[in-house]
Design a protein around this ligand. Structure first.
Ligand SMILES: [Zn+2]
Length: 409
């Protein structure tokens, strides 16, 4: 299994110059071949693939005008071409936009695909030697590659990719359903209790500081040195906001992963949501990032994140009797079931339904005989088993029946 650790690195003056050259060469190669493949496409209707570009690059390096391209490790420049090829591939299958030219003023990054290692508490990179780093935890495995980046605020980071042994699947914990929302960021139901976690809204917290610095930036003369400084000051606020959000989501996902073996959540349509007027709040909450963190952390430890189709009416179904309340709209925060008279908090009810649906899917879809033991209850994952789940401890038979009926609506 591959794992990544991102650490901050502190290159000395010499290494900084060398890195700047590497960033420059790598960016040049990207832009040069993006231009070249575009013009070739216009003439013969076909772009260049990686092999053609790499061959051409070898010839280009021999020309006296482009001798400086020999300075960085060849593998770094080839990686840049590989990235360009995958950018085109992603564009062709509608996964990404058309590749853009890179600017020297935005974030810079290069990838060393080989010969990287951890040495003397630092990161050893080809032709650069050991770069000082703050490595927070030990890396037990072979280092595959390292991606070095420089943010627009002038900080350097290295994302180290390394191979580790596959996680043992003996992770202990509960099965929880989590509902994501804007008033409470997550609502967690673990089979017995329900609790909510409030969002932190970092954009709102730093809005005034950001507005002041943006205003100051707008008054600076274009191309001036003060403008560069003001751009950096704005970038700094953005960095604080994103760090605050990431830190909070890392801590929250760690807590959820420590407590649970399986987490059931909705699949979010983030792309669709950001076009609504809630866009700012949704971006600020970082739903996508949270699910991503939970997903990889669980996988690393042998757990599982189950995502339920977003058309599953988790809020509308009564979690006690399975009655579907079609009159429910977004403004109603709590409601009483017309069938069983139970009073529901909207979000808690959704988390309960998601958990039940997750258990149903796990029990029904897995082929083979795997047993997952969570919080004392056994969910037998048998594909051919007629019984949807074997889980008597915390669920009453009436509720089992009701949920499977409710879900099929
Ligand atoms: Zn009911």
């Amino acid at each position: 299994m591959l794992d990544v650790l991102k650490v901050r690195i502190y290159p000395n003056k010499e290494q900084e110059t060398s890195l700047a050259k590497n960033f420059g060469c790598s960016r040049f190669v990207w832009n040069y071949y993006l231009n070249k493949t575009n013009s070739q496409y216009e003439v013969i209707g076909k772009g260049m693939n990686y092999c053609q570009m790499a061959k051409d690059l070898t010839q280009l390096k021999k020309l006296t005008d482009y001798e400086w391209l020999q300075e960085p490790t060849a593998a770094v420049l080839q990686q840049s071409l590989k990235n360009l090829e995958s950018a085109f591939k992603n564009f062709n299958v509608f996964r990404a936009k058309f590749p853009k030219f890179k600017s020297k003023h935005s974030k810079q990054s290069i990838r060393y695909p080989e010969s990287c290692s951890i040495k003397n508490g630092g990161v050893k990179l080809p032709k650069l030697g050991v770069v000082k780093a703050s490595i927070s935890k030990s890396i037990n495995g072979t280092v595959k590659s390292a991606t070095v980046s420089k943010t627009s605020t002038g900080k350097y980071f290295a994302a180290i990719l390394f191979e580790v042994k596959d996680a043992s699947s003996n992770k202990q914990g509960k099965i929880s359903g989590i509902d994501l929302g804007l008033s409470s960021l997550v609502i967690v139901f673990d089979g017995e209790t329900c609790y909510k976690v409030d969002p932190i809204k970092p954009t709102r917290k730093y809005a005034l500081r950001l507005r002041r610095r943006q205003k100051s930036l707008s008054r600076k003369v274009k191309g001036s040195k003060n403008r560069r400084k003001a751009i950096k000051a704005v970038a700094k606020v953005h960095e604080i906001i994103s760090n605050t959000r990431q830190d909070f989501l890392h801590k929250l996902s760690r807590k959820l992963v420590d407590e649970n073996q399986i987490i059931v959540a909705e699949t979010l349509c983030i792309k669709g949501l950001v076009h609504t007027k809630l866009a700012k709040s949704i971006h600020d909450a970082g739903f996508g990032m949270l699910l991503n963190f939970i997903g990889y952390k669980l996988e690393r430890e042998g757990g599982k994140l189950v995502q339920i189709d977003r058309f599953f009416a988790s809020s509308k179904i009564c979690s006690c009797c399975g009655y579907k309340n079609n009159l429910l709209n977004l403004s109603i925060r709590d409601w009483t079931c017309l069938s069983c008279q139970n009073h529901h908090d909207r979000d808690e009810n959704a988390a309960k339904n998601l958990r039940a649906e997750g258990i149903r899917i796990l029990s029904a879809n897995t082929v083979g005989h795997t047993e997952i033991q969570a919080c004392g209850e056994t969910v037998r994952l048998v594909g051919t088993c007629a019984k949807k789940r074997v889980s008597e401890k915390q669920e009453s038979p009436a509720r089992l029946l009701a949920v499977s009926e409710g879900v099929s609506i």
